[in-house]
Structure formats: structure tokens, C-alpha cells
Design a protein around this ligand. Sequence first.
Ligand SMILES: C[S@@+](CC[C@H](N)C(=O)[O-])C[C@H]1O[C@@H](n2cnc3c(N)ncnc32)[C@H](O)[C@@H]1O
Length: 340
Amino acid sequence: MTRFDHFVEEALYGQHGFYSTGQRAGSEGADFITSPETSTLFGACVAEYLDRLWQQLERPNPFVVIEAGSGPGTLCRDIFMSVQECSDAIRYVMVERSDSQRETAFREVTTRCFMDQQEVPLAVLQDLPAGSFTGVVLANELLDNLPPRVVKKTTKGWLELHVEQGVQVWQAAPSEAATMASAIASTAQNGSCLPLQLKAAVWINRALATLKRGRLLVFDYGVQSSEIFAQRPMGEWLRTYRNHQRSGSPYQEPGSQDITCDVAFDQLPGNPSISTQADWLKDQGLYSMTDWARKQWQSALPSPDAAAVAARSVLDEAAALTDPEGLGGFLVAEWRVGDK
Ligand SMILES: C[S@@+](CC[C@H](N)C(=O)[O-])C[C@H]1O[C@@H](n2cnc3c(N)ncnc32)[C@H](O)[C@@H]1O
């Protein structure tokens, strides 16, 4: 019998795991699509954020940008394509657990952004570097892929989810898990389930420890624990994806599908400021970046030419990134390190 988080760890990152075998986010042949894969506008907004922060931090050089869970390198590529003021100071570190994605990402970014350069301000690592940097740690849709433990409240106390031969089995939760669950979900009704996002919390602490001064910025499908245990069945907050579609039981064909969990931001350490992705992108100037497209589209109506249709697709991408029912409803958490 395997504890649920250990089962997911193997299904995603084991020898035959979903990510170990080269699965990734994206549009072609991928199982899910993320903000960087939706539009280059996402990377342009992050680049704007980096330029502003670099000024606020009084132009550190080097300005270290660590992107964790960098996948195929799309966000890194788009940041280098857009960044301006801090471009000479940036030292970018992609951190990615999957060997194949690390290779893809390094190739993609170097060939697209640094074709003629002998030395590139880019490193690719398997895990967070030890350090004390001035700069930023970024992660888009990483935390939802860090396997949670799952517990359920019953008349006999808290039980913990295990998996045995493709079937879920509930066993008495060890005292540390039961204590944590009671603290987070003191008002939970019997029958309610809850993810315990210990790995995500540990990862946040490790990421904060890499910074002497700067920001940790995390994007994900965030919720409050109370939304999960009070209202929602487990199949809604713990999901599987295959070929861009919701898939079935997480226990079937381990390694063949992504397994992902809503992230309870209240379980993360520290006191980050939190906004929705739609608001955050607006604050970085998304709408001024797309002003030209709006004007071009409107002036070409009622018979749009090819350029106007291209402009329309930029507007559609911006709408997808800010859709409150989709990517725009994601949460963005920002931790400040080393200043007020
Ligand atoms: C959902 S994908 C997101 C990829 C990319 N950030 C994007 O938005 O398209 C999550 C990625 O995180 C990677 N990952 C999972 N755990 C990790 C860890 N502890 N450190 C670095 N990367 C990790 C996975 O291999 C996968 O590529």
C-alpha cells in the first residue's frame, strides 16, 4: 500500500512518470496548456515586472532570475525577448526536474535568443541552487504538481488516503497529519476531504532561502482550504489531464496522465500579497501592450484584412489570460525578501 503523495510522486516523476517520459505543457501534442503557452503576452508582462523591480532594487548586477518548473523554456524565451532595462544584468536560471525538458528548454532559449553569442546568461539546473541572491524566483504552475497528502474527516477522526493496486484505501492518519488537518479545517464536516500541501510549503521556504533581497512570485490555481473542505468533491480539486481533456481516475495507468491539485494558498508559509492573475497582468500594463491590436482591429471593421485578423488573435490571447473563469482567475502570490 502506498501513501497517496508517494503514489503521485512516482506517477509524475518516477522512471516511467508523466514528466520523466517527456510530457509537457503546450499546444502541440501536450496534455494541458499554461499561461506562457497561451500567449507571449504573459512573458512580456513578467518582463515588465522584472524591469520595474530591477529599478526598485537599485539596479543590482547581477540580477538573478530563477524560474522553477520551467518546463520547455517558453516563459524564459519570452522574457528574454521582451525585457529591456535589466537585460544586461539578468542571470537566468531555469530549474526543471525533467531531464528531457531541461534539454529542450536550453536549446529553445539559446537558439531563439542567443544565436550569435558564445556565452549566454543562462543556466539550467535540476533543483533550486543554494545561494543568497538578489533577484527573483518565479514559478508558474509548479506548486499544483507537488503531490499533496490527502485526509478525510470521519466520526473516527482523520483518515489518510493510500493507494493499493489501483484502488483508494483510507487509513487512520498519523498524529502529525491529523493535527495539521484539525488546525486547518476545524469546522470541516464528517466526510470532507482536504489536501495537505506540505511539499508546496517546503518548496516556498526553500525558494525564499535562495534570496537575500528580492521577490518570490508564484502563479497557480489557488484557493483557500475552506473552499475545498466545505464545498467541493475531491474530483474537482484533484484532477487528471490527458490530451487537453480532463481524464479519469488518478490511479489508472500511472504515468500516462498529469495529476494536479488546486493549491490552498493559506497553507503556504509567510505573508505574501495575493492578487488574481487578471489584476496582476493589468498592473503590468497588459492593456497598453494590446492597445495597438484593439485599434487595428476596430479600424479594419467591418471587413478586416489579414493584419487585423492577426491583431484580433492577440486580443483573444489577452482575453484568455485574463478570463476570470480560467487563467485570469488564477492567484499570484508575491513574497518580499530583504526590504519593506
Ligand atoms: C505544469 S508544468 C508547468 C511548466 C511551465 N512552468 C509552464 O507554465 O508551462 C510543471 C513543471 O514543473 C516541473 N517540476 C515539478 N516539480 C519540480 C521541482 N521540484 N523542481 C523543478 N521542477 C519541477 C515538472 O517537471 C513540470 O515541467
